[in-house]
Design a protein around this ligand. Structure first.
Ligand code: BG6
Length: 512
């Protein structure tokens, strides 16, 4: 699995570098994420030729797999979920030769001694040189225990000056609210320096999300108009057509704000609104993102009814088939008040964005899966061609995050023919068309970055903390509001209240 320069897929990755030799330990190795995302991503990195030659994976979970049965279980998973099919037997067996499994409980020191032995074996047999990449694909409540056990078993090294390193990737959700996230950050910092910590937000691994930075800071024509003087408002939509599926138990505790807003939407918002960083490196980029988050005007508890909407899906249809209401989903309370939709109106109180509303909406069981950021420019000061000062005639720049990744610009054009009729048209850039190659999955990018030691696309402690503060205040407000969430039919664009939130300002949501 050595990188070859002629490998065509390499050109699509952010770095020309290959991961450093290391053993990756996955806590929660038998879970859904490992099956669907992590192992397929590692296999694809192997296929692409960017996995380090000296690499091993040790799965850790309580399920009773042997090394061989874990390998065959993962082979099945990769066969099913890899983005590239069919499975390449040669690459797989090369990869599987370095795949081991330790069965044990997170609170059992003996299991961590077995893990230590497996890692030492990997060093000997695979040449992983004592470098460790820990991946916590477990609920946040379990993380402190894992951190403690790693420390007690002597499984942590600081790296530096060519010494073996340890890094840790932490899956979301990172905490449940401000206090729990702070406590968890405290637990993490007890045993790791911040530079060793990689908090994952898979949206940052999406090609189009990274392109936001290139689009803004790699071109000279957009930045001058990217501010309150020219922008009327910004909309960010992350719509999903699926319901909560089998995650009812988790979702009851999380709800839409924790599941999508605290992390993914806040990331999209900060990348859209941030200032140019002084360099494209982990600290410079994250410094600017944190500044944006700090500048968001908090929605105070007593203001939630004015600035936020919470919805919950009722029965409806999904691609023409009837689907149950949220309250009828597995492991969801019959009288649940958990929100599956939210719309927010936020302001960023800084020089660039003063007075420009950012409207955010996200939800489950909406008509389609689409994530988009749209920048709506100011109306014409004076129109020579009829009613061009309306909302629908504004110039709009839309960045399509997924699917049909691309960017489109809406502007007004003369309709051919006599007279001076004007209509809006779109100028489109489509990723697929322009570059042909399929972009790597978010997890591929992020795992490789962690192996290389590049934390630019991971969230820093202060970023997570600031995002939680905003979201926790809204959650508290919702609790005090003590009202039923507005109901919306599955397959619709959310409750009427979401339309009213934006219509009250004389604007409307973009039709997607
Ligand atoms: C996850 C949420 O973080 O993101 C899920 O927990 C959600 O509820 C998912 O479905 C959406 O991710 P994507 O990549 O499909 O937009």
């Amino acid at each position: 699995m050595i990188a070859t320069p002629e490998n065509p897929f390499r050109a699509g990755l952010r770095t020309e570098r290959v991961g450093e030799p290391c053993a990756m330990v996955i806590f929660g190795a038998s879970g859904d994420l490992s099956h669907r995302k992590l192992l397929p991503a590692l296999y694809n990195l192997g296929l692409t030729g960017v996995l380090p030659a000296n690499f091993a994976v040790v799965g850790f979970a309580k399920d009773d797999f042997s090394r061989d049965s874990y390998r065959s279980e993962m082979k099945k998973a990769v066969g099913e979920f890899s983005r590239r099919k069919p499975l390449d037997e040669e690459i797989w067996s090369d990869f599987a030769a370095g795949l081991d499994y330790v069965s044990g409980n997170f609170d059992d020191p003996a299991a961590f001694q077995r893990l230590k032995a497996a890692l030492e074996r990997a060093d000997k047999e695979r040449g992983t040189r004592g470098n460790r990449l820990y991946y916590c694909a477990v609920p946040p409540s379990v993380m402190p225990m894992i951190l403690k056990q790693l420390h007690d078993a002597g499984l942590l090294q600081n790296g530096g000056r060519g010494n073996p390193w340890s890094r840790i990737i932490l899956e979301k959700p990172f905490g449940h609210d401000t206090d729990s996230a702070r406590e968890l950050n405290g637990n993490v910092h007890d045993v790791f320096a911040e530079s060793q910590v990689y908090r994952i937000d898979h949206y940052l691994g999406k090609e189009t999300v990274q392109n936001l930075m290139v689009f803004r800071f790699g071109n000279s024509i957009f930045e001058p108009i990217w501010n309150r003087q020219y922008v009327d408002h910004v909309q960010i939509t992350a719509a999903e057509d699926i319901g909560v599926e089998r995650r009812g138990g988790y979702y009851e505790e999380a709800g839409i704000l924790r599941d999508m807003v605290q992390n993914h939407l806040m990331q999209l918002l900060s990348l859209t609104a941030m200032e140019a960083p002084v360099a494209f490196d982990a600290d410079a980029v994250r410094d600017e993102k944190v500044k944006v988050l700090r500048s968001i005007r908090p929605v105070l508890r007593e203001e939630v009814q004015q600035y936020t909407v919470r919805g919950q899906y009722a029965r409806g249809a999904y691609h023409g088939k009837p689907v149950p209401a949220y309250r009828e989903e597995e492991r969801v309370a019959k009288d649940s008040r958990t929100a599956t939709f939210t719309a927010l109106k936020l302001f960023i109180d800084n020089w660039r964005w003063d007075g420009v509303p950012f409207y955010l909406r996200t939800g489950k069981r909406l008509p389609k899966r689409v994530t988009e950021i749209s920048v709506h420019f100011a109306r014409l000061p004076h129109s020579l061609f009829g009613a061009l000062q309306t909302d629908t005639a504004r110039n709009v720049l839309a960045i399509r995050i997924q699917p049909d990744e691309g960017i489109s610009m809406r502007f007004n054009s003369k309709v051919p023919g006599e007279g001076m009729r004007v209509r809006t048209v779109n100028m489109d850039f489509r990723y697929g068309q322009a570059f042909g190659a399929e972009p790597p999955e978010a997890y591929e990018r992020l795992l490789l970055d962690a192996m290389i030691g590049d934390a630019t696309l991971f969230t820093r402690a202060d970023e997570v903390d600031t995002a939680w503060k905003l979201v926790t205040e809204i959650l508290e407000g919702w609790k005090e509001w003590n009202a039923e969430p507005s109901s919306y039919e599955a397959g619709s664009w959310g409750p009427q209240a979401a339309e009213e939130l934006i219509a009250a300002d004389g604007r409307h949501w973009r039709r997607l």
